[in-house]
Design a protein around this ligand. Sequence first.
Ligand code: UDX
Ligand code: ADP
Length: 477
Amino acid sequence: MKIACIGAGYVGGPTMAMIALKCPHIEVVVLDINEERINAWNSDTLPIYEPGLLEVVQAARGRNLFFSTDTSKHISEADIVFVSVNTPTKTSGIGAGKAADLTYWEGAARMIASNSKSSKIIVEKSTVPVKTAEAIGKVLSRNCSDPSVQFEILSNPEFLAEGTAIQDLMKPDRVLIGGSDTPSGRAAIKALKEVYENWIPSERVLTCNLWSAELAKLTANAFLAQRISSINAISALCEETGADVQQVAHAIGTDSRIGNKFLNASVGFGGSCFQKDILNLCYVCETVGLKEVAEYWYQVVSMNDHQKNRFVERVIGSMFNSVKNKKVAIFGFAFKKDTGDTRETPAIDVCKGLIQDGAICAIYDPEVSPEMIFRDMSTPKFEWDKPNYTKSASRFLENVLIGSSAEDAVKGAHAICVLTEWDRFKDYDYKAMYEQMSKPAFVFDGRNILDHDKLREIGFIVYALGKPLDPFLQKVY
Ligand code: UDX
Ligand code: ADP
């Protein structure tokens, strides 16, 4: 058997590497139009940072795992084609700012159709709106000249989270396969199920109809994001009332019906999925006339935006209502720890908010390159998901400095903002950093990871999200 995957990104790369590792009898080829990305996958400096990924790639690469730009050859030879290309939010036209832009998906489908001489199973791996499979099916069947070639489309959403992708792929809670309830649809589901059963117990491989699988992916992400917006809403109330959001989260999390995961108040959720999937969900609701349902889910995104704005206002308000020409050290730019990914990271909006008020942001992240930070700070909303978007001129860039280390970023700074929960931030010598800073020196912990009592002992004025406010900050308000 041969598997090809179109799109060598955060989903396609790790997922195919795991399939290749666990199924040595299957040849797996990962394809991309981006040559630089493919070259990186073929080197020991992979294009994405993911703990444990390099070891998995090295174990299978050259044996039954290959990375290539030769899409036509490998698609024509494959029995199963996974499609894992980007699905950006539309930036213009009908549904701008909400609907999914399926240009890349459609391009992949046309390429599959024109290179297929035998029947194939096509697997949706990227998040797409409900009923995409239907549209893609039409593109495939109308563009393939050989009438004997049949395409069976499956939806097999990926639930891996970045930073823990390898564990998630090795031992997933479940694998979901959606397909048509026809003899050929059931046969295709069975074929894909057998691939996963090489390492995943069969009771964890769930099957359902196509639309359920597509909708389950959007719903899972909407529910997860909703928990974060819910606890973030409570964090604002905690600050006003003197309650402590971590204590509230702990108390509610011990109720087994609620559970203790995804209850960390934060400066906001980021990542390539949550906002995009919720906007998709809202758009699908609107298009079928469910305005109230769309508005309900849209609140999850609004609350996330509110949390980022609220954080910026706290920083500016605490620093005597002006950050003009003040250096602010930004600790962490990735959307979460253990990844170099910055897609939709709250750091972009927070830094832009501070810069609007004249701040100079000195950004340090152990895994994000200066080039990426410059690109992100100059990219208009929703443009990040277009391949090869490049740095453009932006007034924000004038106020961005890159810290070569955290120590470098804090030199002469008035404040530190913690925006990513990297473990190493906990162990810094904050006393030495304090000495290097302008006074009063502030710490704004947007992730609640630091030892706030210790920081206060050193002399810092500390704002911790969702915690009772320092007397100093109360006076300012
Ligand atoms: C998410 C889903 O978890 C995954 O199943 C899906 O396939 C893709 O989208 P990912 O975006 O990689 O994965 O990261 P996730 O761990 O879900 O975190 C998303 C964002 O929420 C991050 O910015 C994170 O910092 C934030 N978060 C998470 C919180 O603010 N608080 C929490 O309690 C948990
Ligand atoms: P994800 O997080 O969903 O994996 P990425 O943006 O990391 O998304 O990866 C998507 C990849 O798909 C990109 O590397 C992009 O170059 C690739 N891609 C998009 N369209 C095509 C196509 N028609 N053929 C091959 N690769 C494509």
